[in-house]
Design a binder for this molecule. Structure first.
Ligand SMILES: Nc1ncnc2c1ncn2[C@@H]1O[C@H](COP(=O)(O)OP(=O)(O)OP(=O)(O)O)[C@@H](O)[C@H]1O
Ligand SMILES: [Mg+2]
Length: 270
């Protein structure tokens, strides 16, 4: 079923008070070159930020991301896609949490590697969620103050490693950066230098400005995160208008109590 239609139906049932089972309701809880700084992540910090797909936790929460991982990778492999944008209609739907979990879940596969990029230039939170303070960030790279390699870090937990291009400073020109030739060149560079990796971009919300609309043509596919209680049918329909040319690989309907017991992802094919 068309994933957007499916999400509309899910959101509509939520508005009508029906109970929707969701991906998870977790408790609060690559191969880099030598030049790349390595950071050891802390599992307690990750779990506090709902990042549970690092393989160190037994039980359900991480498994939902593994299911999502497999479905997303199957679709991306089939089409030869490398760049996956994670976005949502409105703020706070769980984009950053989902992007981190999906990246970790993919990174746990022995033959896969990931680069996770914070492209939410207005509100970069990836590094905070993962638990490190960047020395250099994507804005430094865009401004030409730093080479890409000095901003990328290798984040490791147990045997799992992934590369992260973090943000740290809030940009007041995010809209301009997203539409710039400098950004286009950086993305081309990432495509070339990290060609063997799946690249996951944590983006801002779609309906809060033109940042996402500007960058969508450079993405291969979109993972759309909706949240029960905060995403309306109208929001999803509005996003659909901007997603005519970029395929939606899945819609995840996030934040519904009971998901852990039911084990269900609100997703579908586009
Ligand atoms: N499945 C979930 N169940 C319960 N809470 C969740 C879930 N996913 C995320 N959250 C919580 O929702 C809040 C927002 O999550 P997150 O920062 O990932 O959203 P976001 O879409 O990236 O937000 P923003 O638009 O501000 O970037 C956080 O407090 C996070 O812990
Ligand atoms: Mg976010």
């Amino acid at each position: 079923m068309d994933s957007i239609k499916h999400a509309v139906e899910l959101a509509r049932s939520a508005e009508q008070g029906a109970r929707i089972v969701q991906p998870h309701s977790v408790g609060p809880q690559g191969n880099a070159s030598d030049a790349i700084r390595e950071i050891r992540l802390n599992s307690a910090h990750l779990e506090k930020n709902r990042i549970v797909a690092h393989g160190g936790i037994s039980g359900q929460p991480g498994r939902y991301y593994d299911m999502l991982r497999t479905q997303v990778l199957q679709e991306m492999d089939k089409k030869g896609w490398q760049f996956l944008a994670v976005t949502s209609p409105t703020p706070g739907c769980g984009k950053t949490v989902t992007a981190c979990n999906l990246a970790m879940s993919i990174a746990r596969l022995p033959e896969r590697s990931v680069l996770l990029v914070d492209l939410d230039l207005r509100k970069p939170t990836l590094a905070t969620y993962l638990g490190f303070k960047p020395e250099h960030d994507i804005i430094d790279v865009l401004e030409g103050q730093d080479a890409l390699a000095s901003a990328v870090v290798e984040a490791a937990i147990g045997p799992t490693k992934m590369l992260v291009l973090p943000g740290s400073t809030t940009s007041h020109n995010s809209s301009e950066w997203m539409a710039s030739q400098t950004m286009a060149t950086l993305l081309e560079r990432i495509k070339r230098d990290f060609r063997s990796r799946t690249v996951i971009f944590d983006l801002p919300p779609m309906l809060l400005g033109d940042d996402v609309i500007s960058i969508l043509p450079r993405m291969d596919a979109v993972l759309l995160i909706a949240a029960v209680g905060s995403t309306s049918v109208a929001d999803i329909k509005e996003c659909q208008k901007h997603l005519q040319r970029t395929p939606v690989v899945r819609v995840v309907v996030n934040k519904t109590a009971g998901a852990a017991e039911e084990g269900f992802y609100g997703y579908g094919y586009y």
